[in-house]
Design a protein around this ligand. Structure first.
Ligand code: ADP
Length: 169
């Protein structure tokens, strides 16, 4: 049985992530999407909120499971006995960073954790969680970036953080 982990921050999950989830779920028997709790970042959503949103958007894909972890990806991978990590690539700028992380994970795990890359679909190549948050922070339309249920959650946060841009909405 082929099992892979798709790790990330998913703050929040976007159509770009969903595209990778769908495609990876077709390649593997089982896909665990794991929200890594990175204390170095200040997220908009809590880990629990991000897990809930990921479960919502993947509820119709039976071989996708969502989890969270505070620690090294390698330790999580060993814990669930899975040795393949999936990451998405949008552009060369992603590649340099991703390559370094992939080498690091393979090295510190003694060759146990491999990373495979899936290139983003063209229509989502511009899309990132940061872009979504930036647009929404100024009251912009994010309906092309995230599903309606996620849009609602993002707007809920932005109404509190940036009320000046949501007065008449
Ligand atoms: P990170 O894990 O670096 O905090 P994210 O949670 O935003 O970043 O992304 C998780 C993974 O999904 C990364 O491999 C990232 O390159 C990939 N990804 C993000 N947005 C897209 C997109 N629009 N298309 C394809 N892959 C993406």
């Amino acid at each position: 049985m082929k099992h892979a982990i798709y790790p990330g921050s998913f703050d929040p999950v976007t159509y770009g992530h969903i595209d990778i989830i769908k495609r990876a779920a077709e390649m593997f028997d089982d896909l665990t999407v794991c929200v890594l709790d990175n204390k170095a970042k200040t997220p908009l959503f809590s880990v629990d909120e991000r897990v809930k949103m990921l479960r919502k958007v993947s509820e119709n894909i039976p071989n996708v499971h969502v989890d969270s972890y505070y620690g090294l990806l390698m330790d999580y991978a060993r814990k669930i006995d899975c040795h393949i990590a999936v990451r998405g690539l949008r552009a060369v700028t992603d590649f340099e960073y991703e390559l370094q992380i992939a080498h690091a994970n393979r090295t510190i795990s003694d060759g146990w954790l491999d990373t495979i890359f899936i290139t983003s679909s063209m229509e989502f190549a511009y899309l990132s969680s940061s872009v979504v948050k930036e647009i929404a922070s100024f009251g912009g339309d994010i309906s092309l970036c995230v599903p309606p249920s996620i849009e609602e959650e993002v707007i809920g946060k932005m109404r509190v953080l940036h009320p000046e841009f949501y007065q008449n909405k």
